[in-house]
Design a protein around this ligand. Structure first.
Ligand code: DP6
Length: 362
């Protein structure tokens, strides 16, 4: 599918008003997206597990304007309250997608969003939040153009989500999602996420992610600033090549279920992401002392028990603990006995591989 195919060509049906609600999850990258080009094109391909419990629920109410003008009209509410500071982000999003959604200026919108995870948890909400808005808009588009097919619906939702936030493009579908062109992954695209198209071993279909909340504060470095640091970064080209290699290796690891090799790739990706931030100008350390304590404890525990548990990190101090479902009770015991002391107020969130965006009946 090319960008041109994403512009509606027929006459829209007449729809005066309505509302739709969707839930869309967050995701956790195994091979990280860090660095981008113009128009939200990733510098390298990435792959993530779609999560199940960390999600945004978004309602889009739309009313046709009396007279069409040349402005975007919308109000945004977060957890029931008007949230002015999020509006510029949506305004920018609408500007970016207008070409593909020419009906945007014909409607006045009310967007209501809430997250299943605590507001101040340091968990990025842009993936779930932006993908939820994107899929709601596509629901309106499908009402305007009823001939839209399911595959187009999901791909364009992901395409629009990407223009809101890169990682959001990986939240529409369940399981494992790849975003960014990779020579050995058929159908992969820089424009939208696609479901990982090859065999996946049973063990990875129900993987667990327990998110240890080490630091619930505002992000020290916004992702926009972070991605920007890869421009002119001395190790950028090697890093992008490494992401291609790691994704290549993951293809066979995901098929065979080899958790030892999985661990090597996933932990190396997390540490490389942080290493990129430590070696950029300006430089940042996004881990906290407790992040390191947890990593060391996980390594010790893994060595001792031979349970294939590992960690990954986002661009922050929180630690995602990844492990096969069969070890859940042991790992939760380990977390409660040894890791919870490093979490802010002892908080953590239990999550696992989920199914992607789902429609909620109004
Ligand atoms: C570290 O998707 O938040 O989580 O495209 O600027 O919105 P923008 O960036 P964003 O970047 C997330 C980067 C990451 C790694 C990843 O999810 O792949």
């Amino acid at each position: 599918m090319t960008q041109k195919d994403l512009i509606p060509k027929q006459e829209p049906k007449k729809i005066k008003s309505g509302e739709v609600t969707w839930q869309s999850p967050s995701n956790i990258a195994l091979v990280k997206y860090w660095g981008k080009k113009e128009n939200q094109i990733p510098a390298n391909p990435s792959i993530s597990f779609t999560l199940g419990n960390c999600r945004s629920t978004t309602t889009l109410k739309f009313t046709e304007k009396e007279t069409s003008d040349n402005t975007f009209e919308f109000d945004f509410f977060f957890e029931g309250q008007p949230k002015e500071d999020f509006k510029p982000k949506i305004q920018k999003f609408f500007q970016r997608i207008e070409e593909y959604c020419p009906y945007l200026k014909d409607y006045k919108f009310e967007i209501h969003s809430e997250n299943s995870f605590p507001h101040s948890s340091g968990i990025a909400s842009s993936a779930s939040g932006m993908s939820a808005i994107a899929v709601c808009l596509m629901d309106l588009e499908r009402q305007l153009f009823p001939e839209i097919e399911e595959e187009y619906f999901i791909q364009k939702s992901s395409f629009l989500a990407r223009l809101g936030s890169g990682s959001a493009s990986r939240s529409l579908e369940g399981g494992l999602v790849v975003w960014g062109e990779h020579k050995n992954i058929e159908g992969s695209s820089d424009e939208y996420g696609v479901k990982f198209p090859y065999d996946v071993h049973e063990i990875f279909k129900t993987y667990k992610d327990t998110i240890l909340l080490v630091d619930k504060g505002e992000k020290q470095v916004s992702s926009t600033v972070g991605h920007d640091l890869m421009h002119g970064h001395p190790f950028a080209e090697n890093r992008f090549a490494q992401a291609h290699d790691n994704l290549d290796k993951l293809i066979s690891v995901l098929k065979s279920g080899n958790t030892q090799d999985f661990i090597k790739i996933v932990e190396s990706e997390a540490l490389t992401l942080h290493a990129m931030m430590m070696s950029s100008l300006p430089y940042f350390i996004l881990m906290k002392p407790n992040t390191l304590e947890i990593i060391n404890k996980i390594w010790e525990y893994r060595e001792k028990t031979e349970i294939p548990v590992c960690f990954t990190l986002d661009a922050g101090a929180n630690v995602h603990v990844l492990y096969p479902e069969i070890h859940e009770s042991k790992i939760l015991e380990f977390i409660n006995n040894e890791l919870v002391v490093y979490c802010q107020n002892g908080h953590y969130i239990c999550d696992q591989v989920g199914i992607g965006a789902t429609k909620i009946d109004n």
